[in-house]
Design a protein. Structure first.
Length: 204
């Protein structure tokens, strides 16, 4: 999606200019920083949709910058770039939260494919976070009375169980809300299985 914001962090002016020109030609909004410290100041004010971060920079190198950047903006999508990369460095960057690692000299085709995939990944992450937030609101049981607190305790106890849960109550008493709350807190809700598992069925 053209117009998304990309930050380029590299101590070499020629790399910053070449990458900026390519990305701006594609319609992206591009910012540049010549050091890790400058990049962190910029990220503190606005989270870019994507960061290209060079590994070998003076004073604060790319790995140090990455660690601090992810502390400030845990959801930031970061692609590391280097002309002297090693497998060990790539693994370390991945463990620190880098999304990808590409080598210099940068291939135009590979760079643009990486941008497209990284930005799509970021959009999906934001959509998932929004859906989880909506689901949390739908399953939130509001109230601080003794019966409501007791109900929340029962839900917290029942949710981790692998057994069946039978929910009794009159029509309109909130059985569906309880069923969704149990499902949200259960292992089934976070399972990566391809099977679709329905929440426990309320009974009248």
């Amino acid at each position: 999606m053209a117009g998304e914001h990309i930050l380029i962090v590299d101590d070499e002016p020629s790399i910053r200019k070449a990458l900026r020109d390519v990305l701006e030609d594609e319609g992206y909004r591009v910012s540049v920083a010549g050091s890790g410290a400058d990049a962190l100041k910029m990220v503190a004010d606005e989270t870019p949709d994507l960061v290209f971060l060079d590994i070998w920079m003076p004073r604060m190198d790319g790995l140090e910058t990455l660690a601090e950047l992810k502390r400030l903006r845990p959801d930031a999508i970061v692609v590391m770039i280097s002309g002297h990369g090693t497998i060990e460095t790539a693994i370390k960057a991945t463990r620190l939260g880098a999304w990808d690692f590409i080598e210099k000299p940068l291939s135009l085709e590979k760079t643009l494919v990486t941008v497209t995939r990284a930005l799509e990944h970021g959009r999906l992450e934001r959509e998932n976070a929004s859906l989880r937030e909506q689901l949390d609101r739908r399953t939130e049981i509001i109230g601080e009375s003794a019966p409501i607190r007791a109900l929340r305790e029962q839900i917290a106890t029942a949710a981790p169980s692998s057994g069946r849960v039978l929910i009794h109550g009159e029509n309109g008493s909130g059985k569906e809300l309880v069923a969704r709350a149990i499902h949200t807190l259960s292992a089934r809700a976070t399972s990566r299985s391809s099977r679709s598992t329905a929440p426990p069925s309320p009974r009248s």
